[in-house]
Design a protein around this ligand. Structure first.
Ligand SMILES: *Cc1c(COP(=O)(O)O)cnc(C)c1O
Length: 376
């Protein structure tokens, strides 16, 4: 059996090695390392795949969130509603721009921001909501968009973990996550569902004006070379990464299918075990399983983690400290927040190996090891 990893990027690379190597060599030969042809070609291909009018590539998923908030002209003191139960980048950017993060609860079953909690957190200062499609599970976008419309708020979807996921509205219209809100952002960090071989990110929108503004912000606020209309930053997707992403985008649907197949395997193996809650799959959305995350009921999580480690099976806690408990946010008095569902999940979640290259014998070994510990 191949060694088990949380993410197996090497095996994935080996399956597309020839194409990738050729694409990389082409970029080297062209020497157009910045803004070479693959950058726009990839953006066009991704906009077609997602069904969104504009894709603006940038340097990483954190920058994407920052550029989105800058383009929406959020000002110091504006409140941004975000889950506490997310990767730090989501909330860090809010604070970096001197905006005020307002931490709210997630739904215990989906790990996604709770629309009822959003409603309660709205004040006259609220300007935006940042739903995070955590672990690849789409948020309840119908409810979120309704709240945003009622209160005239922007919605920035943090789609870093859910590229390719789909959400179906009650009227039957299906949309890819990241294309539903005012702006969507994503990351192409290597371990993400569509990952490059370094850092990368992108923004999505159907709004022409916002797209133009985000392009400018990502490029030093330039409208024309050396004419700077606004303060921006330097955030580019480099040509090598774009060339790699072009190839991997063509594989994305099969990558999603492979992740879902591995999730099916785990689901079946753990079905009916009272101590293990498997990820829910909403009827109206397609979960793309960036992570396969269990909730343990009355089982020793550290013990399980160590038992698995003794068999060379990695497992991870995403994330061990929620946003409102991070020292980073002490100036916002964040520790005073009462977020019992977030704390409850933080104590109980554990993520198992999840990637596109998991083989049946690996899945069987992981699942049977989990059960052996849990049932002992
Ligand atoms: C990975 C991630 C980001 C940040 O992406 P980077 O490319 O690492 O900057 C933001 N939000 C979430 C939810 C993520 O998982």
């Amino acid at each position: 059996m191949k060694p088990i990893q949380m993410v197996d990027l090497k095996s994935q690379y080996h399956k597309i090695k020839r194409e990738i190597d050729n694409a990389v060599l082409d970029v080297l030969e062209s020497s157009a390392f910045i803004n070479g042809k693959p950058v726009q070609e990839f953006a066009d291909a991704l906009s077609f795949y997602l069904g969104v009018k504009h894709v603006i590539p940038c340097a990483n998923g954190t920058d994407a969130l920052q550029i989105a908030m800058m383009a929406l002209e959020l000002k110091p003191g504006d409140e941004v509603i975000t889950p506490s139960f997310t990767y730090i980048a989501t909330t860090e950017v809010v604070a970096l721009l001197n905006l005020t993060p307002v931490f709210v609860e997630v739904d215990k079953d989906t790990f996604c921001i709770d629309p009822e909690a959003i409603k309660k957190a709205i004040t006259p200062k609220t300007k935006a909501i940042v739903p995070v499609h955590l672990y690849g599970q789409p948020c309840n976008m119908e409810a979120i968009m309704q709240i945003a419309e009622e209160h005239d708020l922007f919605v920035i979807e943090d789609n870093a973990q859910a590229i390719g996921a789909e959400y179906t509205f009650s009227n039957g219209i299906a949309k890819k996550t990241g294309t539903i809100g005012t702006i969507g952002s994503t990351s192409f960090f290597p371990s993400k569902n569509l990952g490059c071989y370094g850092d990368g990110g992108a923004l999505f929108t159907d709004n022409d004006e916002l797209a133009a503004k985000m392009r400018m912000i990502a490029n030093h606020g330039q409208s024309k070379r050396y004419y700077h209309d606004m303060v921006g930053c330097n955030s580019r997707l480099d040509t090598l990464q774009a060339a790699i992403l072009q190839i991997k985008l063509a594989e994305l649907d099969s990558y999603i299918a492979a992740r879902r197949k591995a999730a099916d395997y785990y689901d079946a193996a753990f079905a009916g075990n009272p101590k293990i809650q498997v990820p829910v799959r909403s009827q109206n959305s397609l979960h793309v399983f960036h992570q396969y995350t269990l909730i343990l009921h009355g089982a020793n999580r550290d013990g399980l983690n160590q038992f698995l480690a003794s068999r060379n099976i990695p497992s991870m806690i995403y994330y061990p400290v929620p946003g409102h408990k991070q020292k980073m946010f002490h100036t916002y008095n964040a520790s005073a927040y009462q977020l019992p569902a977030t704390d409850w999940l933080t104590d109980r979640v554990i993520s198992l190996p999840m990637h596109t290259e998991l083989e049946d014998e690996q899945l069987e070994f992981i699942a049977s090891s989990v059960l052996e510990y849990i049932n002992s």
